[in-house]
Design a protein around this ligand. Structure first.
Ligand code: ADP
Length: 810
C-alpha cells in the first residue's frame, strides 16, 4: 500500500517560506536602519544640547566677569566703605537700618548710576557692615529665604575676601540671587555690598536656544548648584530633574510627567550656576520613529509584492510538479499508461519527459516482470512436483539401500559357508534377521520328487514342527504350493490360511506365512518357509526383498550341493587313482618278472641254436641251417620285444634314473652313425649327419638310445635309394635335433597314435621290417624324463621328420 506523506503542500509552503524570509529580511533591515537613525538623532540632539549649554555658560561667565569688574569698581568708592563702617551697629530688632547722611547719599547716587536703564533683573542694592547689620538698601528687600542666602554669601565673601554669588532662592514665585563683594577700609573688610537680582525674563534667549537645537519641544533651565533650586530662563522656579552633583556633561533623566529626558549641563565658571538643557527623548526620537514608520510601510509593500510573486512562482513550479506527482501516483498504483502533459522546454518540461520515458520503461518492465513471475510460478510448481517425485525416489532408494544392506549381510554370511550344512544354518539364521521373520525352515525335494524334507529350521519349538518334517507336495501349505507353482506364496493372516483351497486345518506358529521355491540353474532344489509374528501386508518392497533372499538361498544351496558333490567326486577319483597305481605296480612287477622269466629260456634257445649252427651237435644240412637262422631271427626278435617291454615297464614303474650331463651332440651323432652303419648298408639308403658344435643337457645313454631308435625307424621305413638325414638347430635355450627321411610317411591321423605302446601303422610291413611297436613309446617317456619332448610330422609317401626338443647346456 502506498503511503502518502501528510502535511501542507509545496504550493502553500513555498510562498509562506519566501514571505517569512522576506519578513525577516525587511524586519532586520528596518530595525538596523531605525537603530542607526535613532543613534544618529540622539547623537545630534546631545551635541546640540552640549554646544548650546556650553555657549550659554560661556556667555553668562563673560557677563558675570564684566559685572564683577563693575562691582569691584563700585566698592572702591569710599562712600560705600563709609556707609558700611559708619555708626553704631543697628540692633537686631531693626535689621534694616537706613543709614543717612552724605556718605549714604553719595553711595546711593553711585549705586543708582550703576543700574543700567531697562535692566529688569536688578532688584536692589544693600550695604552691610562686617558684623552683619544692613546699612543701606535700595529697591525691595529680600524676605527670610533671601536673607539666609545673603548671609551665607557674606560669610563666604568675608572668609575668602572675594566676590561671591549666592545660590538661588525663591520668593513669591520668583527666583533670586545675591552677588556679594567685600568692602575694604584700608586692608580691613568693613562690610559688604550686595546686589539682588531676579533670574530674569530671558524669553529671547530661550527662543534662540530653541532655534539652535532645532527642536520645538525644548525646555531650557538655569540652575543653581547647591541650593537645589531650578528655574526656567523666564525666572519661574521649577522642580529639579536630577541631583546635579554627580551628573556628567550629558545625561538622561526622568521628566516630571514621566517622560524620559535627555540632558546636557554646562557650569558657569565663577558662579554656583550651571545651565541645564533638557529635551524629552520622544521628541528626539520622533524623527527616527517617523523614519521607522516609513520604512515599515515600504517593507509591508515589499512583503506584499514578494508574497504575490512567491505565489505566482510557486504555482509556476508546483503545478507541473503536481501533474508529475499525480502521474507518479497513478503509476505507483499500477496505471502504467498515465503520462504527464509536457508544455514547457525548461527543467520541469524535461522532468515531465523523463518521467514519461521512465513510466514507459516501468510499464514495459512491469509487463516483462509479470511474464517472468508467471513463468517462475509455473517453474516453481513444476519444481515442487519434481521435488515430490525426487523425495519419493529418494525414499524408494533408501528402502532399496536398506534392503541391499540386509541382503549383503546375508551374502557375506553365506560367503563364509561352503558346504550344505553351513549354508543351511546361515540361511535360517541370517535370513530370519533380514526378513524380520520369527521362524524359518529349509526343505529339500525328496529323491522321489513327491515330498519336501525338512533339513533345517529355526525359531520353532520342537512341538509345532513335529508334523512338518516331511510335507507331501500335494498339500496346500505355502512351501508345497511354492514348489508346485514355482512361485512365491504369501499368506497374510490366519484368516487367509483358513481360506486356502484344500488348506491344512492347523497352521504352524505365527500369524503370517510365506513359501518360496528354491530354484537354481533351472532345477527346483526345495523350498524356504518363513513365519511372521504378526499379520503381514507383504507390500511390494517386502516381496522383492524376500524373493531376492530366497533366490540367494537357492543359489547358495546349489553351490553348497555342487561343492559337496565335487568333494565326493574328488574322493572317488583319489580312490580310483590309488587303485590304478597299485594295478600298475602289479602290472610292472608282472612284466618285469615275466620278461626275466622269458629271457632265460630265450637265451637258452639262442645258445642251443648257435651250438647247432656251429655243428657241434653234428652236421647241419642247408635246409636245417636255414631253419636255424629263422629260429635265431625269431629268438632275437622276441628278445628285443621282451627288452623293450622291460624298459617300458621300468620307466612307467618310475624305476628310471636320469644322469644329466653336458653332452656334445657331435659325439652322440658319431656313435649313432657307427652303430647304424651296417643297417644302412644293408638297406641301401643314403645316410647323412650334419656336423654340429651344439652341446645339450641330457643323459648321454638315453639320448643315444632315442636317436638310435629314430634313425633305425627312418632307415627301416625308407626304400633303398632313399635318404636319411640327421641335423640339429639352436632355438633360444633349446636345441632341436631332427631325424628326417624320404620314406613311406605316416598318415596324419596316426601321428599321435604311433607314440602309444604297440601301435604300428602297418603291422605286416613292420613285422617285415622288424619292429615291436614300443620304440616311440619308450623314446617319448625317455625324453620326458630328460625334461624334453619329441614331435613328429610327416607326409604320406614322401617322408617323415621326428624332432627332439632338448635343453641347451649352460
Ligand atoms: P616299431 O618297432 O614297430 O618300429 P615304433 O614304436 O618304433 O615301433 O614305431 C611304431 C610305428 O610307427 C611303426 O610300426 C611304423 O608303422 C611307424 N613308424 C615309425 N617311424 C616311422 C618312419 N620313419 N616312417 C614311417 N613309419 C614309421
Amino acid at each position: 500500500m502506498l503511503r502518502r506523506p501528510s502535511g501542507p503542500s509545496l504550493e502553500r509552503k513555498l510562498p509562506l517560506l519566501i514571505a517569512a524570509l522576506l519578513l525577516v529580511v525587511v524586519a532586520v533591515f528596518c530595525w538596523a536602519a531605525f537603530r542607526e537613525e535613532r543613534a544618529s538623532s540622539v547623537r545630534i540632539a546631545s551635541d546640540h544640547l552640549r554646544v548650546v549649554s556650553t555657549t550659554l555658560s560661556q556667555a553668562s561667565a563673560t557677563a558675570t566677569a564684566v559685572r564683577r569688574a563693575t562691582l569691584l569698581q563700585i566698592v572702591r568708592d569710599s562712600s560705600i566703605a563709609r556707609v558700611a563702617a559708619a555708626g553704631p551697629a543697628p540692633d537686631a530688632a531693626q535689621p534694616v537700618a537706613e543709614t543717612t547722611g552724605p556718605a549714604a547719599d553719595s553711595a546711593r547716587a553711585l549705586l543708582a548710576r550703576n543700574v543700567a536703564r531697562g535692566d529688569s533683573t536688578h532688584e536692589g542694592w544693600e550695604i552691610w557692615s562686617s558684623d552683619g547689620a544692613r546699612r543701606l538698601a535700595t529697591g525691595t528687600v529680600a524676605g527670610r529665604a533671601g536673607e539666609v542666602a545673603l548671609r551665607g554669601a557674606m560669610r563666604a565673601a568675608g572668609r575668602t575676601d572675594s566676590v561671591i554669588i549666592s545660590p538661588l532662592y525663591t520668593e513669591r514665585g520668583r527666583v533670586f540671587s545675591y552677588t556679594v563683594i567685600p568692602v575694604h577700609a584700608g586692608r580691613h573688610v568693613v562690610g559688604f555690598l550686595a546686589e539682588r537680582r531676579r533670574i530674569g525674563n530671558a524669553a529671547a534667549a530661550e527662543r534662540i536656544i530653541r532655534e539652535l537645537t532645532g527642536e520645538s519641544a525644548i525646555v531650557v533651565y538655569a540652575v543653581s548648584r547647591g541650593s537645589g533650586v531650578w528655574t526656567t530662563l523666564r525666572g519661574a522656579p521649577t522642580q529639579p530633574a536630577v541631583d546635579l552633583e554627580p551628573v556628567p556633561a550629558t545625561f538622561d533623566a526622568p521628566g516630571a510627567d514621566g517622560r524620559l529626558l535627555m540632558g546636557a549641563r554646562a557650569d558657569v565658571p565663577g558662579t554656583p550656576f550651571s545651565f541645564v538643557l533638557l529635551l524629552p527623548r520622544d521628541e528626539v526620537l520622533r524623527r527616527p520613529m517617523a523614519f521607522l514608520r516609513r520604512m515599515l510601510g515600504i517593507g509591508a509593500m515589499v512583503l506584499l509584492f514578494g508574497l504575490a510573486g512567491a505565489l505566482l512562482l510557486s504555482r509556476h513550479v508546483t503545478q507541473p510538479l503536481r501533474a508529475v506527482t499525480t502521474a507518479a501516483e497513478a503509476v505507483a498504483a499500477g496505471d502504467y499508461r498515465k503520462r504527464v502533459p509536457v508544455t514547457r522546454r525548461d527543467e520541469i518540461g524535461r522532468l515531465g519527459e523523463t518521467f514519461n520515458t521512465m513510466a514507459e520503461r516501468i510499464g514495459a518492465s512491469h509487463d516483462e516482470l509479470a511474464d517472468r513471475v508467471e513463468q517462475s510460478t509455473a517453474l516453481a510448481t513444476e519444481l515442487e512436483y519434481r521435488n515430490e517425485e525426487l523425495r519419493a525416489a529418494q525414499d524408494e532408494t533408501m528402502r532399496a539401500v536398506r534392503r541391499t544392506e540386509r541382503l549383503q549381510q546375508v551374502t557375506a554370511a553365506l560367503a563364509g559357508a561352503v558346504d550344505f550344512e553351513g549354508v543351511a544354518s546361515v540361511i535360517v539364521r541370517e535370513g530370519l534377521a533380514a526378513a524380520e521373520a520369527m521362524s524359518g525352515s529349509i526343505f529339500l525335494l525328496a529323491p522321489d520328487q513327491q515330498a519336501l524334507d525338512l533339513v533345517r529350521s529355526q525359531g520353532h519349538g520342537a512341538e509345532p514342527l513335529q508334523g512338518w518334517t516331511r510335507i507331501p507336495l500335494s498339500t496346500a501349505t505355502p512351501v508345497a504350493a511354492a514348489v508346485r507353482t514355482g512361485e512365491a506364496i504369501y499368506v497374510a493372516s490366519p484368516n487367509e490360511w483358513q481360506m486356502m483351497p484344500g488348506g491344512v486345518p492347523q497352521p504352524p506358529i505365527g500369524c503370517a506365512w510365506a513359501g518360496f521355491p528354491l530354484v537354481a540353474r533351472g532345477r527346483t532344489l526345495g523350498a524356504m518357509g518363513l513365519s511372521f509374528a504378526t499379520e503381514h501386508p507383504f507390500d511390494r518392497e517386502t516381496r522383492a526383498l524376500l524373493l531376492a533372499l530366497s533366490q540367494q538361498c537357492a543359489q547358495a544351496i546349489d553351490r553348497a550341493m555342487l561343492f559337496d558333490a565335487a568333494v565326493q567326486a574328488r574322493h572317488a577319483a583319489e580312490e580310483a587313482r590309488r587303485a590304478a597305481q597299485s594295478a600298475n605296480a602289479a602290472k610292472s612287477s608282472f612284466l618285469a618278472m615275466m620278461s626275466h622269466e622269458l629271457r632265460t629260456p630265450l637265451n637258452a634257445i639262442g645258445g642251443y641254436v648257435q651250438l647247432m649252427e656251429m655243428e657241434l651237435r653234428g652236421p647241419v644240412t642247408g635246409d636245417q641251417r636255414q631253419d636255424l637262422e629263422r629260429i635265431q631271427s625269431n629268438q632275437q626278435h622276441l628278445l628285443s620285444i621282451i627288452n623293450d617291454i622291460l624298459n617300458l615297464s621300468r620307466i612307467e614303474a618310475g624305476q628310471l634314473t636320469i644322469d644329466a650331463t653336458d653332452v656334445p651332440l657331435a659325439e652322440v651323432f658319431g656313435e649313432v652313425e657307427a652303430m647304424i652303419a651296417p643297417q644302412v648298408a644293408d638297406r641301401g639308403v643314403r645316410y647323412e649327419a650334419d656336423g654340429t658344435a651344439l652341446v645339450v643337457r641330457a643323459d648321454r645313454e638315453k639320448l643315444r638310445q632315442v636317436l638310435l631308435n629314430l634313425v633305425s625307424n627312418a632307415v627301416r621305413f625308407t626304400e633303398p635309394g632313399g635318404r636319411v638325414h640327421l641335423s640339429s638347430e639352436l632355438a633360444g635355450d633349446q636345441v632341436l635335433v631332427r631325424v628326417s627321411d624320404t620314406g613311406i610317411g605316416i598318415p596324419a591321423d596316426k601321428l599321435e597314435a604311433v607314440f602309444e605302446p604297440f601301435v604300428q601303422v602297418d603291422a605286416g610291413l613292420t613285422r617285415r621290417t622288424g619292429g615291436t611297436g614300443l620304440g616311440l613309446a619308450i623314446s617319448r617317456d625317455l625324453m620326458q624324463a630328460m625334461d624334453g619332448r619329441i614331435e613328429a610330422s610327416s607326409e604320406l609317401g614322401r617322408g617323415s621328420t621326428f624332432t627332439l626338443v632338448l635343453r641347451k647346456a649352460e
